[in-house]
Design a binder for this molecule. Structure first.
Ligand SMILES: Nc1ncnc2c1ncn2[C@@H]1O[C@H](COP(=O)(O)OP(=O)(O)OP(=O)(O)O)[C@@H](O)[C@H]1O
Ligand SMILES: [Mg+2]
Length: 327
């Protein structure tokens, strides 16, 4: 979709998050983990933006910062141009109406002791919306939106009585019941098999088309992002290394890490086999000086450049940005 010139709905500017591991039994303090390192990205209204990276790259940290479960150590996060860091009281409540999140594991995100009705109704109660009758109507609408029909069949059931795909649909119904403007889906299908995952992608796409919901879709799979996203950002150890339209980034990846991620799923690649050869090294020793974060693993690294300085994001064409000295 062409959103050039439109003000972003969500923006992160120079956001950094450092975790300090606690002391161990022996009094040792672990070294700090930089989960996000000066991340900047903008998500436009109605867009599905994919944040893609391997395990531990900082994807969930980004989602926790956006919904306010964590506070950044630096930078700004804004919704509609308004600061959303550190909101309290009424402002926080108002914000949670607009921004909802679906987590990876519906087993953990749904309360096993709550019926499906109670699960989906709870946000309405928290926000004091509707009376008993209106709430029931709204819960049924949300279940239908999430593809659980007829909704009456599900109201009195409990999470353990549903399949994994149905449970994730309940989580989506709960997220949609307040009609949010912005939805974060944090690896929503990683516990599901391929055909159910595909149905959930279709559902997310329908939510965008029907309700205009803007989305941050978090995944470790570029193939999944290609199915769903307008634009993607590729994150490596807390830094954005490449960003662009989903088509362009996946068909013509520039950063060696993006290429390596694509090679990790060769059956989804255009030719059905590895496209890029050996790009990932087992780790080289880390240089003591400043260096490209990917240098220790990069099969294309250039000595006396990549080991001596860190690249910044450069814009190539049509909004395609890459942080690599090869470009
Ligand atoms: N509460 C915490 N305390 C200490 N370190 C943390 C904490 N949460 C995350 N981290 C670390 O921050 C880094 C980023 O973690 P994060 O959960 O954001 O990664 P992720 O990309 O979501 O990974 P995954 O794909 O496995 O879900 C990791 O190194 C992780 O160990
Ligand atoms: Mg995660």
């Amino acid at each position: 979709m062409d959103t050039a010139g439109i003000a972003p709905l969500l923006s992160m500017t120079d956001v950094t998050k450092v975790y300090h591991a606690g002391q161990s039994l022996f009094g040792k303090t672990g070294s700090p983990v930089v989960a996000l390192d000066h991340i900047s990205l903008e998500i436009n209204p109605g867009e599905i933006f994919g944040l893609v990276g391997e395990s531990g790259s900082g994807k969930t940290t980004a989602s926790r910062l956006i919904v306010g479960l964590e506070t950044p150590d630096g930078g700004r996060i804004q919704l509609d141009g308004q600061n959303i860091v550190g909101l309290k009281g009424r402002a926080r409540l108002e914000f949670t109406k607009q921004v909802q999140v679906i987590f990876q594991d519906p087993y953990q995100s749904l309360n096993a002791h709550f019926s499906i009705f109670d699960t989906v109704c709870e946000p309405l109660i928290i926000h004091g919306l509707g009376d008993r009758v209106a709430r029931r109507v709204r819960v049924c609408e949300a279940l239908e939106t999430a593809g659980l029909t007829p909704p009456e069949m599900y109201l009195e059931r409990y999470p353990h009585q549903l399949s994994g795909g149905q449970r994730q649909r309940v989580a989506i119904a709960r997220a949609m019941v307040l009609e949010p403007r912005f939805l974060i889906a944090d690896e929503p299908t990683s516990m599901l098999d391929a055909s159910i995952s595909f149905q959930i992608f279709q559902l997310l796409n329908r939510l965008r088309e029907t309700f205009g919901v803007t989305m941050l879709f978090i995944t470790h799979s570029l193939a999944a992002a290609r199915n769903l996203c307008d634009r993607v950002g590729v994150i490596y150890r807390g830094r954005l290394v490449e960003q662009g339209s989903a088509q362009e980034t996946i068909m013509h990846p520039r950063h060696p890490y993006t290429k390596a991620l694509l090679d990790a799923h060769p059956r989804f690649g255009s030719s059905g086999h590895r496209r890029f050869g050996t790009l990932l090294l087992t780790e080289r020793p880390r240089p003591s000086t400043d260096h490209c974060l990917f240098y220790p693993r990069c099969g294309l690294a250039v000595d006396n450049t990549c080991n001596l300085q860190a690249p910044t994001l450069k814009t190539l064409d049509a909004g395609h940005r890459v942080s690599c000295f090869l470009f």
